[in-house]
Design a binder for this molecule. Structure first.
Ligand code: BGC
Length: 268
């Protein structure tokens, strides 16, 4: 019997911030769909190793790499690791992100800078390193219609202002225009560039908001579809965007948010 072709068979993906949350979900899904995965982490080596083991247990291939995406040499090392270990690169998932929340009047330059470094400069550095590689590789029609795929994991807060999170919203708004500009600029190389903007996805980043009843209620009141999302909700879309099924999609942001961006307070 012919083995069913997996959707990302023999592709190679770098997933930043893949030791937990949405990045973990995307790494697992891409591994399951046949991609070799570079699992990037910053602080949590054990969690990254666990993701690798899960991918391998499901018959996939993965390698872990500690790197700070906001550092130029580290971002390059991520892409070099994909080439060194798997021989090529097809997909970059710019996922790594942090929050350092503070009321604006109290926000320190350090809080501002840290979030800009990881959430905006990191995606820039990784995208640049990946795009250079994609241009070098070119289109190989037997593999894919595109020379490469870059997917930015942004946030609904690239359009929804969020008091107490000026550093985060500024970075995500920046990611939105970075994504669109790259899509425009790199299309001639057949590099597709897109964004996924998640709403409230249940991960450690917002644990303090969903773990208590009161916070959960507030969160749900902002989500017309009536449930908090899972990393798999995002991973499903990321896998699709990375396949040739999405070949005519570039420069798009897909809001995967249960309707959070629909101004739910106007729904009554
Ligand atoms: C933030 C989460 C928040 C969600 C919806 C995300 O970008 O990281 O903390 O729950 O947006 O507001």
């Amino acid at each position: 019997m012919k083995k069913e072709q997996k959707r990302l068979q023999d592709k190679v993906a770098v997933v930043t911030g893949a030791s937990s949350g949405i990045g973990r979900g995307i790494a697992l899904a891409m591994g399951r769909e046949g991609a070799g995965v570079v699992i990037n982490y910053h602080g949590h080596q054990e969690s990254a190793e666990e993701v690798k083991q899960l991918i391998e247990a499901a018959g996939g291939q993965a390698v872990t790499l500690r790197a700070d995406v906001g550092q130029e040499a580290d971002a390059q090392l991520l892409i070099d690791t994909a080439i060194g270990h798997f021989g090529r690169l097809d997909i970059l998932i710019n996922n790594a992100g942090i929050q350092r929340d503070a009321a604006f009047l109290e926000m320190t330059l350090e809080q501002w800078q840290k979030v800009i470094d990881t959430n905006l400069t990191g995606p820039f550095l990784c995208a640049r390193a990946a795009a250079r590689e994609f241009v070098k590789q070119g289109v190989q029609p037997e593999r894919s219609k595109a020379a490469g795929n870059i997917i930015f994991i942004s946030s609904v807060h690239d359009v929804i202002p969020w008091a107490g999170h000026a550093n985060y919203t500024a970075a995500k708004g920046g990611v939105q225009m970075l994504m669109k500009t790259l899509a425009q600029e790199l299309a001639k190389y057949k590099i597709r560039v897109n964004g996924i903007s998640p709403g409230a996805i249940k991960t450690h980043i917002n644990q303090q908001d969903w773990e208590l009843e009161e916070g959960r209620k507030k969160m749900l009141s902002q989500i017309p579809y009536g449930r908090i999302g899972n990393p798999e909700d995002i991973a499903n879309v990321a896998v699709w965007l990375a396949t040739d099924e999405a070949d005519y999609v570039t420069g798009a942001t897909i809001y995967v948010d249960g309707g959070m961006t629909l101004y739910p307070s106007f729904g009554e």
